[in-house]
Every structure is written in structure tokens, then in C-alpha cells.
Ligand binder design. Sequence first.
Ligand SMILES: Nc1ncnc2c1ncn2[C@@H]1O[C@H](COP(=O)(O)OP(=O)(O)OP(=O)(O)O)[C@@H](O)[C@H]1O
Length: 304
Amino acid sequence: MEPVISTRGLTKDYGSVVALADLTLDIGPGITGLVGANGAGKSTLIKILLGLVMPTSGSSQVLGLDVATESAEIRGRVGYLPEHDCLPPDVSASDFVVHLGMMSGLPRVAARERAAEVLRHVGLAEERYRPMGGYSTGMKQRAKLAQALAHDPRLVLLDEPTNGLDPAARDDMLGLVQRVGDDFGISVLVTSHLLGELERVSDHVVILDSGRLLRSSETREFLNATGTLLVEVLGQDAQARMGQALAAAGVPVHPRGGLLALDPDPDSPHDVHDLIRDTALDLGVGLVRIQADHRRIEDVFADG
Ligand SMILES: Nc1ncnc2c1ncn2[C@@H]1O[C@H](COP(=O)(O)OP(=O)(O)OP(=O)(O)O)[C@@H](O)[C@H]1O
């Protein structure tokens, strides 16, 4: 599949600081998470791809266009959510998104329709006529996402869209990012310094470390099954009674949050799924789910 982003030997020095070091990378369609600690070079890469910052050396292409010579065309086809606050406080989200749509070449009526659609998509339909200065951080991030979508781009570059959000708002934003990719069919490059939060939404993960490529792989390649089963049960004392019964049947089991984590002997001739079901039935306990435990990306890195 043709890459939506490719870089070859991309290097950026700011004086003695090396922000990107000989970065060669291909990113395909879909949702890609770009992860790295603060200062790893994520924002620098995005700004180079948009033609806003010149690289010291190396080359890059976006949607098959050359960043060095076709950056205006690229900006016409790519949406950008900048990391820092960029919203004029006295302007409503509606006026802002309509204005950006028109600047990208949409006629006024089409820009209005598009603005209403994207603001509804990000959950700002009700508040869209209010000045953005009075918005919460979550609403501001959603307005920034809406403006990135104003001109119907093929690719969006989202620089830390969850920055400054509480856990619930973070979840909402990640859900929106996923819908941009899955429902709108727009390719997404989304950055975060939190590895764990991107595994949920991204098909592919790229990890930068001090401007260098540490790893680029399919998200599922990071997530290895452990053999542990997680069981959720319903009812009073159900977890404790279920745990005792399974332990008595010889299955190593311990509570993990609201779940029971089982480590069945892989060589056992008995099917542990049958045992779980039969035990729940005997105890009159409601069985909500049995699922394989997947290691999280962060665990893989914690292991070194
Ligand atoms: N305009 C600039 N002048 C000098 N140094 C810069 C400039 N912009 C970035 N840097 C430096 O380049 C390195 C990479 O910065 P960059 O902003 O790309 O990283 P990042 O991964 O996006 O981190 P963050 O999430 O903190 O923004 C950092 O050491 C940063 O201090």
C-alpha cells in the first residue's frame, strides 16, 4: 500500500540540539500513533511535514507530494491540530471553522455546512456560537480537532490532542480520533507522550527517542497474549466465592481490580473455559465475560 507519509534521512538541528536524526520512515493509511517523551521530536516532524519548518537535511513526502516543493498543496489536503492553544478567544467555534473552510477554498455555503457537520461530530453543536475563550480545555481541544477537519482533508496530523485533559475527556478525545479514522476514512497521525493511550486507537505505532526511530510496528505486534484469562462475575460476594472454588479445583487465581485473573496450566487436559462456566453455574454466579489477558504496550517496554 502506498505510504501517506515517508521520510528519508530527515534531520533537523536547532543549533546544537538535534531534534530529528536521520529519520527514515514510511507510514501507511489508517491511524498511526507517534509516541515519544517530551522533546523526542514529534512536533518538529509534524511541522516539517507541513512545510512550516525546514529540515537541515533529508527529504519527505506527504500523500505522494514532495514537502520541499509542494507544501501549499499538502496543506490543502492535510488537517493540523497544533499542540499549543491557537484559538482566538473572542471568536465562536462556528465562525472560526467557517473562516478556515473558506480560506481553504470552500464557498461560504459549503463552508457553513461543513463547519456545522464537523462541530456536531466533535460534540460542539450546542456551544458552537459561544466565544471560544470561555471553553473548557476539553472543548478547546475539540474545537481544534474540528478546525483540522474543516476542509475535508485526506490526512490529519494531531499533535497531542489529549494534552491537559482529565481521564474522561481523554477517553472522549481518543474516541473522536478513532471515529475520524474509522468513520470518515481519513488517515491520522496522532502524537502522545503516553504509549498506553494510543494502543487503543492506532493500527500502527511509531516510537521516537531523541529524534531517532526506536520502533515502527503494527499495534497488534506489540500486544502478546500471556495465557492469563480474565473473568468477570456478577452478584454479591461472587468474585470471592468464584475465586475460592476455582482455587479448590487447582487453578491458580488472584483478584485484579474487579476481575479474577486465572493462570491455568497450559498442559492441563481439562478445558478451563468449561470449568469456569460449570463453577459459575454451580455457585449460581452470573458470568459476565471471559477474555484473554493482553500485555499492554507499556509492559513490553518496561521489560526492556
Ligand atoms: N524552535 C526551536 N528552537 C530551538 N530548539 C527547539 C525548537 N523547537 C524544538 N526544539 C528542541 O527540539 C527538540 C525536539 O522538540 P519537539 O517539540 O519536536 O519535541 P516533541 O517530541 O514534540 O516534544 P513536546 O511534546 O515536548 O513538544 C527539543 O529538545 C526541543 O527543545
